[in-house]
Design a protein around this ligand. Structure first.
Ligand SMILES: C[S@@+](CC[C@H](N)C(=O)[O-])C[C@H]1O[C@@H](n2cnc3c(N)ncnc32)[C@H](O)[C@@H]1O
Length: 194
């Protein structure tokens, strides 16, 4: 299984206008990461799960999870994917710990740390960082998890948390990329090793 965990530090946790994603804490970053992780030409990757941890106002954190194997009718454009995220946020109002939003989409109150920690038990965890080990020299096992930041990046204390958990830093190259570009490159790297 391929898992991506995006920390979206300003993306809102309240319903937003899908025609104005920038005002929702740059929700277009979240949507493009989901799209790039799950979509290939004419198909959704069934071997991929994406967790987006929304940490914007008013009630962070909220984690929306997309399961490629179960999702139905996922749009491939940012606005359409944002509609799914918005639906998850609306369903989270007055929920307990977690809820199914639609087939293959879940929402929970898990924090970034909780989501990452849970994956260390079942998967090798890597932190995407421009100054890590070259992705081309990393050996990947079947179950891999990639943690990455949004346009703001990862706070220092979270980097220490990831180091303590043993998440290896992996670089995709010398240039700092958009989060959504990182997802495409990782997927391609894994595809080429099948
Ligand atoms: C747009 S970048 C963040 C830029 C932010 N201003 C910073 O300095 O961290 C989004 C995320 O993509 C990942 N990333 C960007 N370029 C990368 C690279 N060359 N190799 C590995 N990960 C990268 C990192 O996880 C980063 O937090």
């Amino acid at each position: 299984m391929r898992t991506f965990i995006l920390r979206a530090r300003k993306s809102v946790t309240k319903p937003f206008d899908i025609d104005d994603l920038s005002s929702a804490g740059n929700m277009q970053v979240v949507a493009s990461c989901i799209g790039n992780a799950l979509w290939v030409s004419n198909n959704v990757r069934s071997d991929t799960v994406v967790h987006v941890v929304l940490e914007g106002p008013p009630t962070p954190p909220l984690t929306v999870t997309f399961y490629g194997a179960a999702i139905k009718d996922l749009p491939f454009d940012e606005r359409g994917i944002a509609f799914f995220v918005n639906k998850a946020i609306k369903k989270s109002i007055k929920m307990g710990d977690s809820k199914e939003v639609s087939p293959g989409v879940m929402v929970s109150r898990k924090s970034f740390e909780e989501v990452v920690k849970a994956h260390t038990e079942t998967s090798a965890v890597f932190y995407l960082h421009p100054k890590g080990k070259d992705v081309r020299s990393v050996e990947f096992t079947e179950d891999v998890t990639f943690v990455f930041g949004d346009y703001i990046g990862m706070p220092e204390k979270s980097e220490s948390f990831l180091d303590k958990l043993g998440a290896e830093r992996v670089t995709l190259g010398p240039v700092v990329l958009f989060a959504s570009q990182c997802v495409t490159i990782v997927q391609n790297e894994l595809d080429r090793r099948k």
